[in-house]
Design a protein around this ligand. Sequence first.
Ligand code: ARG
Length: 462
Amino acid sequence: NTGALWGGRFADGPSPALAALSRSTHFDWRLAPYDLAGSKAHARVLHRAGLLTDDDVAGLLAGLDALTAKVASGEVVADESDEDVHGALERLLLDEVGAELGGRLRAGRSRNDQIATLFKVFLRDHARVVAGHVLDLVDALTDQAEAHLGAVMPGRTHLQHAQPVLLSHHLMAHAWPLVRDLARLRDWDARVAADSPYGSGALAGSSLGLDPEEVARDLGFTGSSANSIDGTAARDFVAEFAFVTAMVGVDVSRLAEEVILWATKEFDFVRLHDGYSTGSSIMPQKKNPDIAELARGKAGRVIGNLTGLLATLKALPLAYNRDLQEDKEPVFDSVDTLEVLLPAFTGMVATLTFNTARMADLAPQGFSLATDVAEWLVRQGVPFRVAHEVAGECVQRCEELGVELDGLTDEQFAAISPHLTPEVRSVLTVEGSVASRNGRGGTAPGRVREQLTELRDVVADH
Ligand code: ARG
């Protein structure tokens, strides 16, 4: 016997090369507290099934508590001889309570149902942490939106001036996707909570009369797996988590890209707070948007974690395969990445100073009121096809004259079309333009205030 969890049928121990390949303690040791919690639940269920005496279960629970404390303090760690966190903890439990008692705990469970369960508990914990950080970012965006009600900016499509919008409207357009990410995390959590794999054993379930529902409740789940093969083999919960975290990365990266542009000399829309920007080692004048750039870069990384994981899963036969050991590092990385990125990013957003004068100045430029001219003509009874043509001619004339739309004289308007009476000037202001877009979801100030309330209400739910 080699001392490993599975030594009985082997005459020789693992070669050093196999051990080096097989070992996962350098990344799965962080699951130790979760494995210990699972072991406590398992000890209780063995006791209820009559497989442990009252003394046995008391001794095991005390030993597991003592071990939990030692793991937390760092007094015990995995060593070279341990294949994975489960093996390490069994070795340490035997040290704690003796081989006779410690050797009873493994009955009726497998590392396959263990890992599937405790990985879910780990991810559920971190889903809450990530959601808290996302919520903080949504709050920062909402606060900035509220602080700038009334400020206007050039709205863009294709990165070209399109129509003026309220800055608050634009900022909240970044908040809503994050709110949907929060909802995704919540939906994910409910699905995962209903499906505790403990009791699935290696793949076929347990012959020892253990009740998976009891373990599930003990570990904070609402139910246990309906199918033990599925319970041990499925990793869609990991992939879905990796997707949601990748989506958060992408949503943050879209805003990051705008902050980077906005902070350029050419845009000059925002100033970054000193505490949330960096300098150059050679160019004394530099103030760089490194947080936004790191956000953009790390989005690539969390996307990679998702795609790598999906590739690992795509052709696996049922049930457990060792390939599944590769499911952890990608999502550990996504969790660690977001947990360090989001607080910095939120700080950057919360401390942005907007150059609202500059934004207001640019809002009507680039003929961004041309749609307003066309829609004004429609309200005068002109078919939109004609109105679009006429407004387009106005733009052409402006380009020739080097003026914006409000720079045309009454005579110049009239020469383009008799429909263009001087009253058209009523829509040739940014204020008039945004105020006119007053349907639900539009950029009119009243609608944007209403939207702010709606956003705060939705967020209060999370
Ligand atoms: N360390 C493995 C994992 O992360 C769990 C162990 C299952 N090993 C096995 N030979 N069945 O998936």
